[in-house]
Design a protein around this ligand. Structure first.
Ligand SMILES: Cc1cc2nc3c(=O)[nH]c(=O)nc-3n(C[C@H](O)[C@H](O)[C@H](O)COP(=O)(O)OP(=O)(O)OC[C@H]3O[C@@H](n4cnc5c(N)ncnc54)[C@H](O)[C@@H]3O)c2cc1C
Ligand code: FES
Length: 368
């Protein structure tokens, strides 16, 4: 489980009318492009480090308001120098392999944050940035960026929202570069398409999504690309989900250590008859009350709880941050993706609500 620790805010820097940087009074190690999970009274969310280790004196995150967004607006409205917020991390793999790589960087809006950390950490190599924003006033780090590298600014106010064809025109000069793309989903989708049209192989494209598409557009437990783990309340163990029945026999305490090596990817379609298509009932203990919720086939537990009008903790919704972790009291679930929970977390019964689909008719979890 990610450990949250109190971090003092050393300074708050207004970057634009709707983006603030928080300079942190903390001395942890991190890699450029990584993110922290920040817990606030309005909820927990991930925010990327816009600073670079060994370059900036202190770590810094940069938060841009999302219209109607709970946490981004709370941070921009309420956080002042001297305040303390709980944070976990750093985490994430959106980081170059070498400070000498030749990079093509594409950022949309707040997506500049990890890209800024990456740019500042680079030593040799050639780097170019395409940075899309609504208008000139929305550009975060404008002067600093223009001093650091060649930037092609794309302003919606002048050219309209970028299309894949229009972006492709800007990319053809850099077919051999390693591409880093970051921003809201709509920008990431267009940028990925443009890179594909420009002939950049998928293996040379790294992506960080700040926002997920609709639940329907996310990988499902029975899709070919899914990588699922089975977690059972009885054994609190992991098993290769290609064998959904295997856990019933693995209840002895030693099973966890033995099964650690079995976090293998499922065979495509292995869950189609169980996790992907099963309806269930979720019993959820949250904020001192128990809620019994119908769990429609293919839906993630977190979406079931949110759609019921409840307010569970979450952040990335991608199995990366651990903010949605709850404890499985009965039943069995598959986790479509897990990049954060360790063996000892499963031993304590933790699962990720944002990645859980049911394998039994009834599943009970608690957030207490
Ligand atoms: C790994 C990771 C790193 C991130 N780093 C940063 C960062 O450095 N700076 C930053 O400002 N944000 C960053 N985000 C996004 C951030 O975690 C929140 O999603 C964002 O601040 C919105 O949260 P909210 O509570 O204000 O909005 P919510 O109340 O959660 O959402 C309101 C609506 O806004 C949409 N939405 C969510 N995020 C965005 C977005 N970025 N742009 C447009 N629409 C959005 C949602 O789909 C939803 O419909 C990161 C996200 C991830 C997963
Ligand atoms: S919300 Fe981040 S792992 Fe579930």
């Amino acid at each position: 489980m990610p450990t949250f620790r109190p971090v003092r805010i050393a300074d708050v820097i207004p970057e634009t009318a709707d983006a603030h940087s928080l300079v942190l009074d903390a001395g942890f190690g991190y890699r450029p492009g990584q993110y922290l999970t920040v817990r606030t009274p309005a909820g927990a969310r991930c925010y990327s480090l816009s600073s670079a280790p060994g370059v900036d004196a202190a770590p810094k995150v940069t938060v841009k308001r999302v219209p109607g967004g709970q946490v981004s607006n709370w941070i921009c409205d309420h956080v002042h120098a001297g305040d303390v917020l709980d944070m976990s991390g750093p985490a994430g793999t959106f980081t170059p392999d070498s400070p000498d790589d030749d990079l093509l960087l594409l950022a949309g809006g707040s997506g500049i944050t990890p890209i800024m950390g990456i740019i500042k950490s680079m030593r040799g190599g050639a780097w170019s940035l395409i940075y899309a924003n609504r208008d000139a006033d929305s550009i975060i780090f404008r002067d600093e960026l223009d001093r650091l590298l060649p930037v092609t600014h794309w302003l919606d106010s002048e050219r309209g929202v970028p299309t894949a064809d229009a972006l492709r025109e800007l990319l053809t000069a850099y077919p051999d570069r390693l591409a880093f793309v970051c921003g809201p989903e709509a920008f990431v989708a267009v940028a990925e398409k443009a890179l594909q049209l420009a002939g950049v192989p998928a293996s040379r494209i790294r992506v960080e999504r700040f926002e997920l598409g609709s639940p329907e557009s996310r990988p499902s437990a029975d899709s070919a690309e899914s990588r699922a783990l089975v977690v059972s309340a009885e054994s609190r163990a992991l098993a290769n989900s290609a064998e959904p029945g295997a856990l019933a026999d693995s209840a002895e305490p030693g099973a966890l250590a033995d099964s650690a090596g079995s976090r293998a990817a499922v065979e495509p379609g292995a869950l189609a008859n169980s996790a992907g298509s099963r309806a269930a009932v979720a019993e959820v203990e949250l904020d001192g009350r128990t809620h019994v919720l119908p769990w429609a086939p293919g839906k993630r537990l977190l979406d079931v709880i949110i759609d019921a009008g409840l307010n569970p903790p979450y952040s990335c919704r991608q199995g990366q941050c651990g903010a949605c972790a709850c404890r499985l009291l009965s039943g069995e679930v598959a986790l479509v993706n897990n990049e954060i929970l360790e063996e000892e977390d499963f031993a304590e019964g933790y699962i990720l609500a944002c990645q859980a689909v049911p394998l039994t008719d009834s599943v009970t979890v608690t957030y207490q």
